[in-house]
Write a protein that binds this ligand. Sequence first.
Ligand SMILES: *[C@@H]1O[C@H](CO)[C@@H](O)[C@H](O)[C@H]1NC(C)=O
Length: 268
Amino acid sequence: MKSKFSTTVHLMFIILLIKINIRSVNSVSGYDSTCTCNSVNSGVCMLYTCSTTTRSPSCFSGSSEITLADGTTKPLSHIQIGDKVLVNQHNIYEPILSFIHAKPDGLFSFLAIQVQSTKSNLSSTIFVSPNHLVFDFDLGKALFAGKFHVGDRVQFIENNEIVPGKIINIKLTKQEGYYAPLTSSGRIVVNGVVASNYATVSNHELAHQVMGIYRWWIDLFGGSLLNEEIPWMLQMMLYVEQMIQWCGGQTIIKNYIYDGKFEISSIA
Ligand SMILES: *[C@@H]1O[C@H](CO)[C@@H](O)[C@H](O)[C@H]1NC(C)=O
């Protein structure tokens, strides 16, 4: 009984991932966010609470810096399938298998999360959508980027080790292009921060398991660089999701998907 249930949950994860990805791929303008100020200090807003309405791309900006095996960095917009990129501490490099989706042109909204190493004070900014999973240092697991607050600590790579990277600022900005790279471990280091390949669903490990189906597909048919068209295999999953909804699976789905809410310290 239990394994049947968990198989169903797994299935829903992949369906949700894919469904949201298709939505964002079909979107031209990116997502819309509305922010309200909820803390003012001497006439300056110190904290906004925001809510995304629809169509959130689930990924990184084209300007995101990716570390290559020779130690140099390259913007994500210049990364090709097969490039070996840093995915974790201890010099672990993996080839880019595919892009779950990618769009080189257009301005899209991203959180600009500025982190500072607590070891060297080195600072770096990651441009990520609020629904994307980023690894928390203290909890040791991935959380939605939009759920981090100033003062929280993410996993930051320094001298091949994971060190605490303290968040010192979170802004909402617009950046050119979006890219969702896929690696075999489901992780990638972006601007020094350890991030997941996945978005929208809260559990990185489960998302990684179910995306095994997609990696298997890529093994057979190859990855795609500019994946604005989602393969029919993935689209077919949408029908299965509808069946789950008819069968009353809606409440389970709600517990796992991103609610669209985030907090920022300023609007760029
Ligand atoms: C980091 O910044 C703090 C506060 O400004 C300072 O005390 C410390 O010496 C700095 N550490 C390094 C390694 O530069």
